[in-house]
Design a protein around this ligand. Structure first.
Ligand code: MN
Length: 714
């Protein structure tokens, strides 16, 4: 075990300004707090945090990290509080220890380690400060080094978890050495036979080949020198775990895996990399399909290097990596990694620069404290990960709520959720979830999705489910809207709206109840004025109504006589009836889709029609259709306009004149709304195609009586 002064010396060797006093106090504090606790090895417990701190000095971490490493288990395993650490060692150390403690708690919560990917992301997201993660990795590394002291059944679980979670995590933040060591120990634990036989084979080859690695290094060194290239060459046998992985992936035997030796050529700059590559390929036979140039196309984690396989010196198949010193630094020690670039972004992001700066600063130890302090990890900060009561992890977008969580678990859970317990406490459904929250959704069969939820949910699944439900229950809303419309219409004319009056006119509207009338008005199938005129047949109409009604009889009968089948639409099912939907009135020129309806053939909708949402979950009903070339010559289509006219004498006449000048034929017209200065109309106009209607719209916009005009899509 590292002694107190040895640890201090180690830190001072790369950071002469380190706070010696604080280091000493932390060492003693950990020792006292862990007291008589023992490790499985029989060592005093405090040897563990001391060794973890020792590992952290290998990463050349700042003084706060080393102190936090010494204290990392005190809050979890002893009576120490974060407050106490804050008072004794300052805010920063306390925050790091708090972060490590939280990670430990998260680890215990997660029962389902199969979700390794989500769990790794959670750890990354939780470790706001990179130092938290580095301490966690050092902690795991020391635990792995002392794994053989644990009970066998515990060992397998820890080893598996290390392979699933921590080795990839180390790789992700670019710590190759840590990753390899974790993997080797876990491999030896989980697949002892395979491990031992690979090690035995390697030993055998080493003896037989009379230690080839140094010989090959020498030859390569000479090759470079002869060509005037300054290079540092290293070589190694691949690790047993990486050989085993290759054997698995390629389904190869050990004998088939000839290139168990890998060499690395490090040079000053990129140009020299390619010169070195030229030398290697001209001297040795290249093994097909082994060449990869990650310099011109770096790996997603920023890794840069040239890889090639050749039949090298001594007639041995070897792998050679060629890179600059800088690339090597980033690949081996660097915290280079995935957070450097969000998916899809190119490599040289802000964060990548940050990693380089971090490396430089750690290397020079000029002022790492300040630097690390301001450096928060920005990984997965657009996501939040929460646990189910069973310990499954669910990843959601940031700002998600228990309702989003419920829908992510299952639609039926979302539809019936009435409340949620977050970390054991009842919380409102609109509560924003935090990383690591455990969420228990409370359900009731009597509950239904609420339109209220739509205001705070963020996931598409929750939104779609709520809308689906609301659409199905729109009638209630139509009733409400219709009632309001009628009340307005009647009140505007100072007439009484009574149930009795409405009951009398039910047959006029094929309605069976007053609610039916309300619903029809709300849905826009009949207007408030239709109802008013029915209830008060003799009512003297307003001037405007008179004008509209006087115009109605002059509308020519529609020219289109249901010759829909003659219309040329590509992609229809032969023999299937087709009709144009009344919601969006598609015209030749519109992008269209067909929906196979039950019993009424194919309904044609414009591609942006809101009604299509209804069929979102039934892809089998969608038909890819398009207008044929002659569609616009094939007769007449109805386009629907929403128009707002100024409420003045002659405006309606002027409006119909414009339409007529452009050879449009008004086939229907309804007032939907009016105020003192404007009235709003829905107008059906028969046109040839989309361009024809667009021309009319343009002309109408130029007219001074038209204050607003557009196509009505609903
Ligand atoms: Mn620990």
């Amino acid at each position: 075990m590292l002694r107190q002064y040895e640890l201090v010396d180690l830190v001072k060797s790369y950071d002469p300004d380190a706070d010696e006093d604080a280091l000493n106090r932390a060492y003693v504090f950990a020792m006292k707090k862990h007291g008589a606790q023992l490790r499985a090895s029989g060592d005093p417990y405090y040897s563990h945090p001391v060794e973890v701190a020792g590992i952290l000095t290998k990463f050349k971490l700042d003084c706060s990290s080393i102190i936090a490493g010494l204290l990392h288990d005190t809050v979890e395993d002893t009576d120490t509080s974060i407050e106490e650490i804050k008072n004794l060692f300052g805010e920063q150390v306390a925050q790091i220890v708090d972060g490590v403690t939280k990670l430990a708690m998260i680890e215990q919560k997660s029962a389902n380690k199969k979700q390794a990917e989500n769990f790794r992301k959670l750890l990354l997201a939780m470790s706001e400060d990179i130092r938290v993660l580095l301490i966690k990795l050092a902690d795991r590394l020391h635990n792995m080094r002392t794994l053989h002291f644990c009970a066998p059944e515990k060992r397998a679980r820890i080893a598996k978890e290390t392979l699933d979670i921590y080795a990839p995590l180390a790789e992700r933040i670019g710590m190759q050495e840590v990753k390899s060591e974790l993997e080797e120990i876990a491999f030896a634990e989980l697949h002892k036979e395979a491990h031992d036989s690979i090690v035995a084979r390697l030993n055998f080859l080493r003896e037989q080949g009379n230690n080839l690695v140094p010989k090959i290094i020498q030859r390569l060194q000479k090759d470079m020198e002869e060509n005037g290239i300054k290079a540092t060459i290293t070589g190694r046998e691949k690790t047993p775990y990486s050989i085993w992985r290759k054997m698995q992936q390629k389904n190869a035997t050990f004998e088939q895996l000839c290139d168990i030796m890998a060499f690395r050529i490090c040079v000053d700059d990129v140009t020299t990399c390619y010169q070195a590559l030229g030398v290697v390929h001209s001297k040795y036979h290249m093994v097909p399909r082994r060449f990869k140039d990650y310099i011109s196309t770096p790996k997603p984690n920023g890794y840069k290097s040239i890889h090639t396989g050749v039949i090298g010196p001594e007639n041995t198949r070897i792998e050679i990596q060629i890179r600059t010193y800088e690339m090597h630094e980033v690949a081996e020690k660097g915290v280079a990694a995935h957070w450097a670039y969000k998916q899809g972004e190119r490599v040289v992001g802000r964060n990548f620069k940050w990693i380089r700066e971090l490396l430089e600063i750690l290397e020079q130890a000029s002022n790492p404290e300040e630097f690390l302090e301001n450096t928060k990890l920005e990984m997965y900060n657009d996501q939040v990960f929460c646990f189910t009561p069973k310990g499954d992890l669910i990843g959601l977008p940031i700002n998600s709520t228990p309702v989003d969580f419920a829908y992510a678990v299952h639609s039926s859970v979302g539809d019936t959720c009435v409340g949620a317990k977050i970390n054991g406490e009842i919380r409102p459904l609109r509560t924003v979830l935090q990383n690591g929250d455990q969420v228990e959704v409370l359900t009731s069969k009597a509950q239904h999705p609420s339109t209220e939820w739509e205001r705070f949910v963020v996931t598409g699944k929750a939104k779609a489910a709520i809308r689906r439900y609301v659409r199905a229950h729109k009638r209630e809303q139509f009733i409400e809207m219709g009632q309001q419309t009628l009340e307005r219409t009647f009140k505007g004319e100072n007439l009484e709206l009574s149930d009795k009056g409405l009951v009398n006119v039910l047959p006029n509207f094929e309605a069976e109840s007053i609610d039916d009338i309300y619903a029809k008005v709300g849905e826009g199938l009949i207007s408030g004025w239709d109802v008013l005129r029915a209830v008060y047949p003799g009512y003297k109409q307003s001037k405007l109504e008179k004008v509209v009604n006087s115009l109605k009889p002059v509308f020519k009968k529609s020219l289109r006589k249901n010759k829909k089948e003659e219309l040329k639409i590509n992609g229809l099912i032969p023999g299937m009836a087709v009709h144009f939907s009344g919601c969006c009135h598609p015209l030749p020129g519109d992008r269209i889709v067909g929906i196979v309806t039950t019993g009424k053939g194919v309904a044609v909708h414009t591609i942006d029609c809101k009604q299509l949402e209804k069929y979102a979950d039934e892809p089998e009903r969608w038909l890819d259709i398009s207008w044929g070339d002659e569609a616009s010559q094939e007769g007449v289509h109805t386009g629907r306009l929403k128009v707002m006219l100024t409420n003045e004498p002659g405006s309606l006449g002027e409006f119909s004149n414009v339409v007529a000048r452009y050879n449009g034929n008004i086939s229907n017209l309804n007032i939907v709304n009016r105020t003192i200065s404007y009235f709003e109309l829905l107008v059906d106009i028969e046109v040839k195609d989309l361009k024809h209607l667009t021309d009319i719209i343009a002309a109408l916009r130029a007219s001074k009586v038209v204050s607003y005009v557009s196509r009505a899509n609903q």
